[in-house]
Design a protein around this ligand. Sequence first.
Ligand code: NAI
Ligand code: ENO
Length: 371
Amino acid sequence: MTTQAAPLTAGPVRVVGTGLLGTSIALGLRGLDVPVQLSDSSPSALALARDMGAGEPVGEASPEPALVVVATPPDVAGPVVLEMLRRHPGAVVTDVASVKAVIAAEVAAGGQDGARYVGSHPMAGRERSGAAAADADLFAGRPWVIAPTGDADPAAVAAVRGLALDLGALPVSLDPQEHDDAVAVVSHVPQLAASLVASLLVEAPESALSLAGQGLRDVTRIAASDPRLWAAILVGNAAPVGEGLRRLRAGIDSLIEGLDKAAASGPLAPGAVGALSRVIDAGNTGVARIPGKHGGAPRRYRTVQVLIPDEPGELGRLFGEVGELGVNIEDLQLEHSAGARVGIAHLSVVPAAAAALEDGLTNRGWRVVAE
Ligand SMILES: NC(=O)C1=CN([C@@H]2O[C@H](COP(=O)(O)OP(=O)(O)OC[C@H]3O[C@@H](n4cnc5c(N)ncnc54)[C@H](O)[C@@H]3O)[C@@H](O)[C@H]2O)C=CC1
Ligand SMILES: O=C(O)C(=O)Cc1ccc(O)cc1
C-alpha cells in the first residue's frame, strides 16, 4: 500500500467514529503496525471495526493518544474535536469531515487549545457507509486536503500530513473556506445532480428501466449515498452549494428555453440547436479537465470489458481463464440488458495487466469490447 519503510505517524492513534472512513484509516495504520485505539457511539459499529482487525476499543488502560482522528458525521465533528482537545492535552486532533469552515469556526469558538487542531479531508470514499465497506487502500493516490487555520501549530500540521502520506494519499494544503468552495463544485453539487437524475427513475416504468445502460449507471452511482450523512454535509456547506445549484439552474433554464422553442416550432426553430449544443460543448470542455480521466494522474484500475453469453457456467469459465492468465480481478460489474442473450462483464484490473489480459482473452475466443 505504501513504499515507506517506517511510518511518519507516531502512535497511538485514536480513531473516533469507526464507519467507512474511520475504519479505512485504522486498517491502513494497522497495516503499518501503528497502534490504533477505536471508539464509536454505536457499540455494534465499534465491534465490527474491531472484528475487522482495525484496532482495539478504547479502555481504562489505553495509553494517551498522540493523534486523534475524528471520523464522525460532520454535524457532530466540531463538538467531538473540542471534547478530544479537552480530554487529551498532549494530542494533535484532526477530523476528516467533508466540510471544513464550519468545523474550524466551532473549534475556534470552543475555548480549547485550537493550535493542536488541524482539519483535513481525504478526497476518497464511496457511496456506502459503515465499517463493512472499509478498505485500507481507500486513500492510495488520492488527494487529502490539509486545512489548518492560522492558529495551527506547524508540528500539528506536519503530524496530519504524515498521516495522509502514511496512508498513500497526496496532501494538498487549502484554507478551510477555499476547501469548501472547491468541494461544492467537485463533490457536493455533483452529488445533488446525481440524486436529482436518479429521482426521475422513481416513477419510470419497468419497460424504461430495462433499457438502462452504462451511461445512466455512471451518472447515478453516487445517488446511492447515505441521505443522513449527505444532508449533514450539504447544510454544512450551504452557501457554496446553493451558489453551484443556482449556476446549474441557469444552465437548465437555457436548455428548457431551447427545447420549448423546438417543441413549439420544430427541431430547426431558431436558437434551439444552439442552446443545446452550447451546454454539451461546455460539458466536453469541463469533463476533459478532470485529472485522471483524460490524461493527468493514472487511475487506480483499468476496466476490461468482455461479452459473456447468457448461459450457465460462462461467467465461471471467464473467471477461470482470467486466473489462468495470472490476472487478479480487483472489482467486477455485470451489465445485463433485459431479454438480451449476452451481458458485459466489466473487470477492474491493475493498469499494468490490462493489455495482456485483453490479448489473452481475445486469443482464447472471448469478445473484448473497447472501453
Ligand atoms: N463517505 C465518504 O465517502 C466520505 C466521508 N467523509 C467524511 O468522513 C466522516 C465519516 O463518514 P463515513 O465514514 O462515511 O460515515 P459512517 O456513517 O460510515 O461512519 C460514521 C461513524 O461515526 C459514528 N458516530 C456518530 N456520532 C458519533 C459520536 N458523537 N461519537 C462517536 N462516534 C460517532 C457512527 O456510529 C458511525 O459508525 C464524515 O464527516 C464524512 O463527511 C470524508 C470523505 C469521504
Ligand atoms: O464515491 C466517490 O466517487 C466519492 O467521491 C466519494 C466521496 C464522498 C464524500 C467525500 O467528502 C469525498 C469523497
